[in-house]
Design a protein around this ligand. Structure first.
Ligand SMILES: Nc1nc2c(ncn2[C@@H]2O[C@H](COP(=O)(O)OP(=O)(O)OP(=O)(O)O)[C@@H](O)[C@H]2O)c(=O)[nH]1
Ligand SMILES: [Mg+2]
Length: 240
């Protein structure tokens, strides 16, 4: 994204996050995952964007997403394995009802519009409003993404870019423009999403495990050493 549309301007990870990763105390036992939902008008290019990044493919024929699709992409951030769960939702009105049931629990919302279609930009605030009904507006990260940059002339694009940056600011989203056909900016965008969600994820885990208050009860016994073993044991007890 351009500097004026970047919401987060620091170019290094939060020192607390860096230190936690170095010390191998990022908070989660097992896999670290963030859920990302992708919303926006029909045919703006949500599925193509995910397919370009996850499968490096592009289909010029439109096949509407019915309800939702799902892709998982693995990363390694600061030496820690991290996955993004990408939920590709349907833009068609008749499938919106099914799609919206998957909005809950997102750590980031990607709102997509087509840079050649001003109407799709006019609708982004409504998409955001719907997605925020199911999520915590204070903690979710927002991205506004303009697609199909390859078919926009420079002069046409600069006109819509002004509006898009303004809207992104009002929504407190970071604005990116890209092309799934050429691949321009696609990788950079998802790396950005992964970095920012990873950082937010670790920070919130650190907050949860931050110094305990006086009066908190911490019970430690030998059986608590291995949570997996404990779970296995109690399960087999239950089945006997
Ligand atoms: N030229 C160009 N065409 C694109 C680009 N991205 C998507 N398209 C085309 O736009 C059409 C719609 O793309 P999809 O990714 O299926 O759109 P969608 O947003 O997933 O649509 P719904 O699933 O109905 O919500 C297809 O014909 C794509 O080939 C792009 O970056 N450049
Ligand atoms: Mg789709």
């Amino acid at each position: 994204c351009s500097p004026e549309s970047a919401l987060h301007t620091k170019d290094i990870f939060h020192p607390k996050v860096k230190k936690a990763c170095q010390d191998d105390r990022t908070g989660t036992v097992g896999l670290k995952i963030s859920k990302i939902i992708v919303v926006g008008d029909l045919s703006v290019g949500k599925t193509c964007l995910i397919n370009r990044f996850c499968k490096n493919t592009f289909d010029k024929n439109y096949k509407a997403t019915i309800g939702v699709d799902f892709e998982m992409e693995r990363f390694e951030v600061l030496g820690v394995p991290f996955s993004l769960q990408l939920w590709d939702t349907a833009g068609q009105e008749r499938f919106k009802c099914i799609a919206s049931t998957y909005y809950r629990g997102a750590q980031a919302i990607i709102i997509v519009f087509d840079v050649n279609d001003i109407e799709s930009l006019d609708h982004v605030k409504q998409w955001l409003k719907d997605a925020l009904k199911e999520n915590d507006p204070t903690s979710v990260l927002l991205f506004l993404v303009g697609t199909k940059k390859d078919i926009s002339s420079a002069s046409q694009y600069s006109l819509i870019e002004k509006d898009a940056i303004q809207i992104a600011k009002e929504m407190r989203a970071e604005y990116w423009a890209l092309s799934s056909l050429t691949g321009e900016n696609v990788k950079e965008f998802f790396f950005r999403v992964a970095s920012l969600t990873f950082e937010a994820n670790v920070l919130s885990e650190l907050e949860k495990t931050s110094p305990r208050k006086i009066g908190d009860v911490v019970r430690i016994n030998n059986n608590d050493k291995n949570p997996y073993q404990r779970r296995k044991k109690s399960r087999s007890d239950c089945c006997q």
